[in-house]
Structures are given as C-alpha cells and as structure tokens.
Design a protein around this ligand. Sequence first.
Ligand code: CP
Length: 320
Amino acid sequence: MIADPQIEANGRLRHLLSIEGLPRTTLVKILDRAEDMAREEQSGTKKLPLLHGRTVVNLFFEPSTRTRTTFELAAKRLSADVVNVQLATSSTTKGETLLDTLRTLESMRVDLFVVRHKASGAAAFFARHATPDVSILNAGDGQHEHPTQALLDMFTLRRHLNGRPFSDLRVAIIGDILHSRVARSDIHALHTLGCRDIRVVGPRTLVPDTFATLGATPYHDFARGVEGANVLMLLRLQRERMIGALLPSAGEFHADFGLTEERLHRLGPDVIFMHPGPINRGVELAGALAYEAPSRILDQVHNGIAVRMAVMAEILGAAR
Ligand code: CP
C-alpha cells in the first residue's frame, strides 16, 4: 500500500500538499479550528502561544502579496519564529538546487517550510525529501494546487452559508481555468464538502473539456454558464503561464467574460462574487465592483490569516 503523503497512519496532518485526497474530516477540522482562531481575534486576542519555540520558513520562488504576508502574520500570531528567505538574493541564483536549499535550511532546525514554486509538484518533491521531523506546506505549485486558498475560500463560503449545506451552492468559476491551481483546489474542496453544481466558464482555449473529469461542467458562454449561479469565483488571466496566443486581447476577454455592473444586476440579489487576487481591473471585473457588495474579496484575504493559523497549528501538532 502506498502511504498517504499528507496524513500519517495516526491521522496527524504531516504535510499539506493538495486538497485532492484530503479527507473530509481533516478539511472540516481545519475550518472549525480556523473559526476558533477567528473568534480569538474578534475577542481581541491577537497572539496565541501555540507555536512558541517553533520555526517557520517562507520559501517563495514566485511573487506573492496575500499568501506570503498572511502566512507570516499567521505564524507570528501563533508565536512562532518566522524567516522569509529572499530568493532573489539567495544562493539559488548561483545554481544551488532545490534539494541542497532544503538540506541547508533543514540543518538550521526548521519545523515547517511554506513553499511556493512555479513547477507543479515542487511541494511534493520537498515533502518526499524532507527529514522526518520537518513538514511542508504548499503555498501554490505551478498549475497544480493552492490548498490554503481553497481552504480560505471554503471558510468564506461556509460563513456565507451560515448553517446551510454546501449543496445549496451553485458555483461558476470564471476565467483562466487552464492555468489555475486555485480552480483545481476549489473544485476538489467544493466536491468534498458536498457542492454538486460546479461550472467552469471561459473561452474554449482557457476552459478545456478535461475539467469535466474533475466534476465541473465547462461552459464557453458567460450567460449560460452563470445562469442560476449564486457564487461567482473570478480568476486572473495568468499571462506568465500562457504559452502562445490563447487570447485575442484582455479587452475582448472582458467584453465576453468580465463581470460588469449590468451582468451582476441580472444575476439578482442572492449572488456573491469572489476572486483570489491579484485582480486585473477592467479584465476579470469592472474596477468599480472590486470591493463593493456583494464582493467577498477582502473577506477572503482576512480569512486567510485564521485559516493559515489553523493549518500550521494542525501540522505542528499544537493542542487546541
Ligand atoms: N491568492 C494569492 O495566491 O495571491 P498572492 O499571489 O498575492 O499570494
């Protein structure tokens, strides 16, 4: 039998590499724990002692604002020591390999690495080679997965549902699905939590029919794709991952698939929209909509702190 790369035989979360394969019980446990963390913050407690004496290293080989900052804040709020390795000025620029970088940093008695890399599978590679007392947390690997983004999205949706089941949701994920690790993680998480109406919407070049195998129905027409939806998840066009001309122009994308005031109005008062960020104003959505109701974009960012605190506390075995 092949061992689960994320969960140990005793049920402990050793690494967080993907939402695919993560048991429902673990996912719900993380969301419940994130609620505890959020309640602590609401009651005025900004710092908890749970990870005192533990060391977290942020290893971001790709740019990030939200994920890196909220991981740092989350670790500090749990009283961990945090180091942000500046990769642009690190020895990786002199040719040091991923494995040698891991070994070097491990020798400094690090407990947890938070890794973002442009290669799909990079976090799993680190996990395969990590020493037994070191954990790896995937902060986004290529086009594969972004598990903590999906967890904070599910946390945001669960709060929106306010006790109703995930089966009440009809979710349209719109935009550059092909290159999106967020779309993959969100689809797995929505399925795990019981949502059965998931659509992926965008131009044929960016919404491959293969997504049907993940349980998401592809649409290449905005109006048909969002009909009856009560959650829109907008995604950024990832030009840095596009090979060749997959799009005529950003303006044309906005005309066909961008969220405008008029399109939002047509969907009625029950719809909310989300976006993992960074947003391209005037492309995925009209700029004026970004932070106005029914946007949940800033809630998503804020919820990222509690969710990342919960994941780190679970992985490092901190008692509740
Ligand atoms: N959502 C997200 O991953 O944003 P960053 O790239 O800013 O971390």
